[in-house]
Design a protein around this ligand. Structure first.
Ligand code: MN
Length: 200
């Protein structure tokens, strides 16, 4: 059985950048629904229910075809959100050290990285995610549709941003750009650095 992880901070901890109501709905309703749907669609498939969600995502080809899409979407939703909560923090932090060096050498400057990542989130048509990935030691930005996830691929994700409307509509309405602009204040850079160093 899969279960909903607790948020690593209070629901209101990311205010004023992400409000309490958004966090409650996002975590308790949306993320919970991915977990519940995943458990439900895998009822009777004990082997898959015992797996870690990343392992399950890597073994999708072994999942019976009639439930594979549902498993892929809900396992992706569960994995993506579990990762997303961890790369945010109420504490204002900055990228530094080897991570900052890698950002500068991959994108030119932190500002150039910020602009490129913001554009990935803004440019994702409909629902999806923006990601900072490590590919052969080099950083790259990608965006994915719906709950497609790069978390089970060889490339390593170190930061992600949810740009589904449910991630910002309560507080920011149609203004995805305002949400992304404010989100830069709540990134847990020490955590991103930890993920980055683990890829070495
Ligand atoms: Mn979401």
């Amino acid at each position: 059985m899969f279960s909903l992880p607790d948020l690593p901070y209070n629901y209101n901890a990311l205010e004023p950048f992400i409000d309490e109501e958004t966090m409650k709905i996002h975590h308790d309703k949306h993320h919970q629904a991915y977990v519940d749907n995943l458990n439900k669609v895998l009822e009777g498939h004990e082997d898959f229910l015992k797996m870690d969600v990343k392992e399950l995502l890597q073994k999708l080809d072994q999942v019976p075809e009639e439930i594979r899409t549902k498993v892929k979407n809900n396992a992706g939703g569960h994995a993506n959100h579990s990762f997303f909560w961890k790369v945010m923090s109420p504490k204002k932090t900055e990228p530094k050290g080897k991570l900052l060096d890698a950002i500068n050498s991959s994108f030119g400057s932190f500002e150039d990285f910020q602009e490129k990542f913001t554009n990935a989130g803004l440019g994702r048509f409909g629902s999806g995610w923006a990601w900072l990935m490590v590919n052969d030691g080099k950083l790259e930005i990608i965006d994915t549709a719906n709950q497609d996830t790069p978390l089970s691929e060889g490339k390593k994700a170190i930061l992600c941003l949810d740009v589904w409307e449910h991630a910002y509509y309560v507080q920011y309405k149609w203004q995805r750009g305002e949400y992304i602009k404010n989100w830069w204040n709540v990134i847990n850079w020490p955590k991103v650095e930890e993920y980055f160093l683990k890829t070495k």
